[in-house]
Structures are given as structure tokens and as C-alpha cells.
Design a protein around this ligand. Structure first.
Ligand code: AMP
Length: 441
């Protein structure tokens, strides 16, 4: 299938062509016709599937090309409307900026005006742009509520609502904010909901909002991108920094996204890598918007070899064909593992995700494997053999499995999470033992 078969306007096809895209991704091919037809949509798609264009393109089309004479998207409406007609709600600032960038890219030849509003930056420039009038508003819930309270935004003309990364909005506790915002929208509107997973609470939200939605699903339920080669290296916590450095050096990786669980851990790891001559920066919520934008730009341009990110900060990072993701620590929430590895293997490129797993993370690993419905290949790196026994024998029959005391949640001192992603274990040392499917019990 070609983009030209989707019935998109010449202005949009031109912008798509300028991006070098000819073939729609599966989510685009499936979702665009429904959105163009004005239907509600429930889409299960991870980041990296091309989901942004799957809603941005048909929305642009509907705003610029009226389907019928009575369609509000008439040229006249375009000239006279100052209030936004499309609202895209996203969980993070980065994602807001990226979605708006996509609107700009694809809407380049349409004259559609857009704005991203999010916290961490001054509100006044946003107010000024809103006053001048925009068509598409991309927003994080908190800042949008600020605008609503100050009456600096008018949501009474919204025709289409998009909830992007709905599962993440739940994880971040935005559900009440979302409900407050939705209460301000016209009842008659099109609703599009995108989520990487359909956790029960996401389903409930979807049922409350969507009317007779088309269902589009491009990934297996709760399954990571098929293209990502995933593996585990078992190592002691205290050795993880050394192992990461070793892997970076041995492979000469130049663009690695490393995940830590805490901001403090991300900072400490980025600093340690930098001291060892690996150009690195940390990306997390305590950084100013400018610092985050700069770190991301430097990472994309190749100035930084490693970006150490927390789960929340990494949402919405959009990098074409990011080759390596390393879980320095496993996430507490197994779904976050899927989000993390979804940063690689995007839009058809293959990727690698490596998790450095210490003995005290066996519970998280078990939960992730349950979610994946398979066991991950695990190995030990020569020279970095864990001293703490990893694969303890299964408990004898009749005895209950050993239960481990829960870890203190998010220790303030911060542990770092970065894994290393490499398909073939370590360049500077092949995995000494290859225990495919061995569980860390
Ligand atoms: P997304 O899932 O929206 O974050 O998109 C993932 C990446 O795929 C982005 O870098 C897009 O620019 C890219 N992309 C989107 N649509 C296509 C397409 N049809 N062909 C190739 N790449 C695409």
C-alpha cells in the first residue's frame, strides 16, 4: 500500500514525500481511513510504530478539506476560528513538543496553526499564541488546566480529542486532570485513544469516552516490538557501571539510551560515564526544559554517546532507529520495560535491548517475563561474574518458593538503571555462560 492510496490531500502527500516516506506503517494504513471517516478510534500501538502520523495526517486533512458542505472544516471556518478545533493530550513535555513538530512537518503546506503547551516554560508566550488563534492544541494536562483556570484557552470548539499514550497518563496520575479537561469539551466530538497497553483502567477510560470506536491493533497485546533483540546479563549491582563501560568500549556504541530508575541514579551514572570519557547526559524531570531539549538534541546529533534517562523523561523521545537500549536497572512496573525497549526497533529498524540484572531484581525480571509470556536469554560476562549467587536451585517440592522482602521503593540515594543493548553479548567478551531461559529465582 502507498500513501497515495489513502485519499490524503496533495499538500499532505507532498509533506510526506519530503520526509522520504512512501509506504504507510501498519497503524497508519489501518487508522487513517477510520479517522478520515470521522469515527472514534481505539488504537493499541507503541511508540515507534508511526502512530503520531496515524492521527496527525487525517486530522490535518479533516481540518483543511471539508468532507461535506456542512462540515465545519470549511475554508471560511479556517479563517474565522481562533479557538482550537483539535486537542491532543499527551503525558510529557517531550511528547507534546514532538507531536507538535509532527503537526508542523506534515502540515507544512496546509497553513494549519498549532501550539504545544506544557509546564516548565513560561506561560505568557503560550497565552499570546493562543490569543492569535490556533487550530491544533497539543498539551500536557497540568498546564492545560492552568490555562483553563486563567481562562486563556477556549475548548468550546474542539471537534477532535486525541489521548496519546493513555496508559502512561494513568501511570503518571493524570486521570482526574483528564476528566476535568474532557468535561470542558463539546459533547459532540471525535475521540481517538492511543495506548501501548490496554490495562483495565485504560479500557475503562476508553469505554467512557469512545463511541462505537474502530479498534486498531498493531502490536500483540502487551508485547514489545518483535524486532527488538532482548537479552539479560546477570551481574552484581556494584559491578554494573563497570560492565556498562566495558560494553560501551568493547562495542564502540555511539548512541545508547540507558535507563535508570531514579533521577539521582541517572545523574550519578551520567557523571561517572563522563568521567570515564564517554560523552553522556542525564535526562529527567528535574532538569529544566532547556537542558532536556539540549541533551536530546546533542544525543540525536551524535555529540553525546549516552543518554541516561528515567522512565518518565524517556517518554516521547523520538529518534530514528535508535540502535541500543540498556536497562541499567529493571523498572518496578513491568509495562515500563515494554515502553523502554520500544525506544529501539522503531519503524522497521532492528534494535537491541540489554538488561543488566542483579540478584535483587529477580522479582522484576520474573514479572517482565510473565508479561512477555517468555523467558529472556540470560548470560554472564567473563570478568564480571556475579558474586551473589544468581540462579539458585528451585525450592524442593513441597516447600514454598523463597519470597524476597520488597525493595524499598525508589531509594533516595538512587540506584542507576542502565542496561546495555547488544545483540551478541559483549564484544570484549562473549557471554561465558548462555542460560537461555534460565530464571533468576
Ligand atoms: P511514532 O511511533 O509516531 O513515534 O513514529 C516513529 C518514527 O517513525 C518517527 O521517527 C517517524 O518519523 C517515523 N515514521 C512515521 N511514519 C513513517 C513511515 N510511513 N515510514 C517510515 N517512517 C515513518
Amino acid at each position: 500500500m502507498q500513501f497515495t492510496q489513502l485519499g490524503l490531500s496533495p499538500e499532505l502527500l507532498r509533506a510526506i514525500g519530503e520526509q522520504g516516506y512512501t509506504t504507510p506503517t501498519p497503524i497508519q494504513a489501518q487508522a487513517i481511513p477510520h479517522v478520515l471517516a470521522g469515527r472514534d478510534l481505539e488504537a493499541l500501538a507503541q511508540t515507534g510504530t508511526g502512530k503520531t502520523a496515524a492521527f496527525v495526517l487525517p486530522i490535518l486533512q479533516r481540518l483543511t478539506q471539508p468532507a461535506t458542505a456542512s462540515d465545519p472544516a470549511t475554508p471560511l471556518a479556517r479563517l474565522t476560528h481562533t479557538a482550537p478545533r483539535v486537542l491532543v493530550l499527551v503525558p510529557t513535555r517531550e511528547l507534546a513538543a514532538q507531536v507538535q513538530e509532527s503537526v508542523r512537518t506534515y502540515g507544512k503546506h496546509t497553513g494549519i496553526r498549532s501550539l504545544a503547551v506544557f509546564g516548565g516554560v513560561g506561560i505568557n508566550p503560550q497565552i499570546q499564541t493562543l490569543r492569535r488563534g490556533i487550530d491544533i492544541l497539543v498539551a500536557t494536562p497540568g498546564r492545560l488546566l492552568d490555562h483553563l483556570e486563567q481562562r486563556t484557552v477556549d475548548l468550546s470548539k474542539i471537534q477532535t480529542l486525541v489521548l496519546d499514550e493513555a496508559d502512561r497518563m494513568f501511570d503518571m496520575g493524570f486521570i482526574n486532570d483528564i476528566r476535568k479537561i474532557i468535561a470542558k469539551l463539546p459533547k459532540q466530538r471525535q475521540n481517538l485513544l492511543f495506548s501501548a497497553t490496554f490495562a483495565p483502567e485504560v479500557r475503562e477510560l476508553a469505554h467512557g469516552i469512545l463511541k462505537n470506536p474502530a479498534l486498531v491493533e498493531v502490536a500483540r497485546r502487551n508485547a514489545p516490538a518483535e524486532l527488538v533483540a532482548q537479552s539479560v546479563i546477570r551481574v552484581d549491582q556494584a559491578q554494573k557501571k563497570e560492565v556498562l563501560l566495558h560494553l560501551l568500549e568493547a562495542h564502540g556504541w555511539h548512541q545508547v539510551l540507558v535507563f535508570c530508575r531514579t533521577k539521582h541514579g541517572a545523574d550519578a551514572l551520567a557523571k561517572r560515564l563522563d568521567q570515564s570519557g564517554v560523552r553522556s547526559a542525564a535526562l529527567h524531570g528535574n532538569k529544566s526544559q532547556n537542558a532536556r531539549t539540549r541533551a536530546l538534541a546533542d544525543f540525536k546529533s551524535g555529540k553525546l554517546a549516552v543518554l541516561v534517562a528515567t522512565d518518565i523523561a524517556a517518554r516521547g523521545i523520538d529518534i530514528d532507529s535508535l540502535p541500543h537500549v540498556v536497562n541499567f536497572e529493571l523498572p518496578h512496573v513491568p509495562e515500563d520495560y515494554i515502553h523502554r525497549i520500544g525506544r529501539t526497533g522503531r519503524a522497521g529498524a532492528s534494535g537491541q535491548a540489554i538488561s543488566l540484572v542483579s540478584i535483587d531484581e529477580r522479582i522484576q525480571l520474573r514479572d517482565i517475563e510473565r508479561l512477555l509470556k517468555r523467558e529472556l536469554e540470560s548470560s554472564i560476562l567473563p570478568g564480571f561474574e556475579p558474586q551473589q549467587k544468581h540462579a539458585s536451585p528451585r525450592p524442593p517440592a513441597g516447600r514454598p518458593p523463597v519470597r524476597h522482602a520488597p525493595r524499598p521503593s525508589a531509594p533516595a540515594g538512587g540506584r542507576n538503571g542502565a542496561g546495555r543493548s547488544s545483540r551478541a553479548g559483549a564484544g570484549g567478551g562473549k557471554p561465558v555462560a548462555h542460560h537461555s531461559g534460565q530464571r533468576h529465582r
